[in-house]
Design a protein around this ligand. Structure first.
Ligand code: SAM
Length: 291
């Protein structure tokens, strides 16, 4: 095996999301000896790097200077320097800077190597007890607006387990949105402060998590693991049932079009048919693009 870190190679290095003991031996070695360390926040990572005796040149690499830094980091790789990238915590490239740099490095024919480490998404997923064979990662949802509603609607009808990151001050809003769109019985496990002293799991449903955090103010870091939408048995409940279900979703904030699309999945009825019900017209008369 080539001596690590190799000159001209880009290393994505996973760092702890809480417990410092989770920094791997290999990560320590690469960070201690890389020529350059691109840090999401040089001050935040300073303590860790100093403790490792890292001598490499430290450069900031965050969402506001990515564009300018990428050519500079590629130049350093071109000159034969080894470059390590770390974020404040966890894996670079997962809701953290890294993705664009990796794409640029690959396009430039540079070697990209991941030194894997902790990641809140997978840590929460595997400890949730929810199906992990197939899952989706949504990262942070848009804080408001049409894009948020559409993402939430897609998540609500997604049959696979979904992992979501959320800031503490937005947690209650997200739980309320999930209650409206998924119902209180939908399985949910909220992982709080993973790998830290006050690590906690709150579940097992949307309703119980909402009840808990309505009483206990959300503090710390949160990752949500939402159970997939149950298979809808393709039985026809009749027009009144579907009209009612559509109205509920619309009252919850979805557009008529998005509500029809969501309900159509696995319902045995087409989106067009459902949309037409809202207007009391036959399914061939509906204009499904209007909201
Ligand atoms: N790159 C990181 C990773 O690999 O997990 C994620 C970075 S993202 C900016 C930060 C978010 O990850 C937090 O807001 C929270 O949703 C989640 N997170 C990070 N550490 C966590 C922890 N110890 N417990 C629960 N969630 C955590």
């Amino acid at each position: 095996m080539v001596q690590e870190p190799a000159g001209g190679s880009l290393y994505l290095v996973g760092t702890p999301i809480g417990h410092l003991g989770d920094l791997s031996e290999r990560a320590r070695r690469v960070l201690a000896t890389a020529d350059v360390i691109a840090c999401e926040d040089t001050r935040h990572s300073g303590q860790l790097l100093s403790a490792l005796g890292a001598q490499g040149k430290r450069l900031s690499f965050h969402q506001h200077n990515t564009r300018g830094r990428i050519p500079q980091l590629l130049d350093l790789l071109e000159q034969g320097q080894s470059v390590a990238v770390i974020s404040d915590a966890g894996l670079p490239g997962i809701s953290d800077p890294g993705e664009d740099l990796v794409a640029a490095a690959r396009s430039a024919g540079r070697e990209v190597i991941c030194v894997p480490g902790p990641c809140a998404a997978t840590t929460a997923l595997v400890s949730s007890g929810l199906p992990s064979g197939r899952f989706c990662f949504e990262g942070f949802l848009p804080p408001k607006g049409k894009q948020r509603k559409e993402r939430l609607a897609a998540i609500a009808s997604e049959p696979r387990t979904t992992v979501i990151y959320e800031a503490p001050h937005r947690l209650l809003q997200l739980l309320n949105d999930l209650l409206t769109l998924c119902g209180g019985d939908r399985p949910l496990q909220v992982a709080r402060e993973l790998t830290k002293r006050h690590e906690q799991q709150v579940g097992p449903t949307v309703a119980s998590a909402l009840a808990h955090f309505s009483v206990h103010k959300p503090q710390g870091e949160f990752t949500l693991v939402l159970g997939g939408a149950p298979e809808v048995v393709a039985e026809d409940h009749g027009d009144a049932y579907w009209r009612d279900a559509l109205q509920q979703l619309i009252e919850g904030g979805l557009s008529a079009n998005a509500a029809a699309k969501q309900l159509a999945q696995g319902s045995g009825r087409s989106k067009r048919e459902l949309y037409a019900l809202l207007h009391n017209t036959s399914d061939t008369d509906g204009d499904e693009d209007a909201d």
